[in-house]
Design a protein around this ligand. Structure first.
Ligand SMILES: C[S@@+](CC[C@H](N)C(=O)[O-])C[C@H]1O[C@@H](n2cnc3c(N)ncnc32)[C@H](O)[C@@H]1O
Length: 243
């Protein structure tokens, strides 16, 4: 259901909980095989955000959980899942063609540790238990260049609250962008929020891509266009014991 500003209301939610997602939901028509994967494989991998028993808190005998927000075509998520078979992954992405692309990679590579939410990451953040996610990736989020659109950026006080709640103490939040204003915005919001610490000590820490941080499609496009990506790593501060 499109609204006038091009945002889309999430389906499957109570009207009072409906949120806006800005940006495209679908590009070109899916190929037959992709449509088949969307119909057959996606329902088996979909996160059931109506179930309260789907995910246990960290440390309750469960494997580590890593989350990617807005995985695009899923190149980074598939790489991480293949290289970290002992970790469970949840990927969130409302763009259907991106979901279909990730499903193809999962099918071709036989990956068994990825679950998918083909919608707004905020649903999953609100559903996950406290301190259940060890690592969060937010790579090249939509920059929303116009000042009047800045409030659409994913990094916001509300979403940092969501991340702070679901992340484990000392958990890692990785962010990348090729848009300097988006990087400054993120650093300023994270600093103001207070639950995260930027881990960089020297320029190479944010200029050079770590070897366990594969490129995404947007990163390749940015480099081809002559833009320089920034790689930010934040650590979730330890929670203070309640006295
Ligand atoms: C600029 S693209 C980057 C995609 C990918 N991370 C990459 O680097 O190639 C941003 C992505 O975030 C997704 N996105 C936007 N809002 C989102 C939300 N609320 N939850 C999950 N994904 C979202 C968009 O659909 C889009 O695919």
């Amino acid at each position: 259901m499109l609204n006038r500003s091009g945002g889309e209301h999430m389906s499957g939610q109570e009207p009072s909980r409906r949120r806006l997602i800005y940006g495209r939901r679908q590009g070109h028509k899916l190929r037959d095989r992709q449509r088949h994967l969307m119909e057959e494989l996606l329902p088996r991998l979909a996160v059931d955000i109506r179930s309260r028993t789907d995910v246990l808190p960290a440390g309750a005998g469960r494997r580590p959980l890593w989350l990617e927000i807005g995985f695009g075509g899923g190149e980074h998520l598939a790489w991480q899942a293949a290289h970290n078979p002992g970790v469970d992954f949840i990927g969130c992405e409302p763009f259907i063609n991106g979901v279909a692309k990730l499903l193809s990679s999962i099918d071709e590579c036989g990956l068994t540790n990825i679950r998918i939410h083909d919608d707004d990451a905020r649903d999953v953040l609100d559903w996950l238990p406290d301190a259940s996610v060890e690592r969060v990736f937010l790579l090249y989020p939509d920059p929303w260049h116009k000042v009047r659109h800045h409030k659409r950026r994913f990094v916001s006080p509300e979403n940092l609250d969501r991340l702070a709640r679901v992340m484990t103490d000392d958990g890692t939040f990785r962010f990348s962008s090729d848009i300097p204003d988006n990087v400054r915005w993120t650093l300023a919001h994270v600093r103001r929020h207070g639950a995260f610490r930027w881990t960089a000590n020297r320029p190479a820490d944010w200029r050079d891509r770590p070897s366990d941080w594969p490129q995404t499609r947007y990163e390749v496009k940015a480099l081809e266009a002559g833009r320089s990506p920034c790689y930010l790593t934040f650590r979730r501060e330890q929670r203070q014991p309640v006295v």
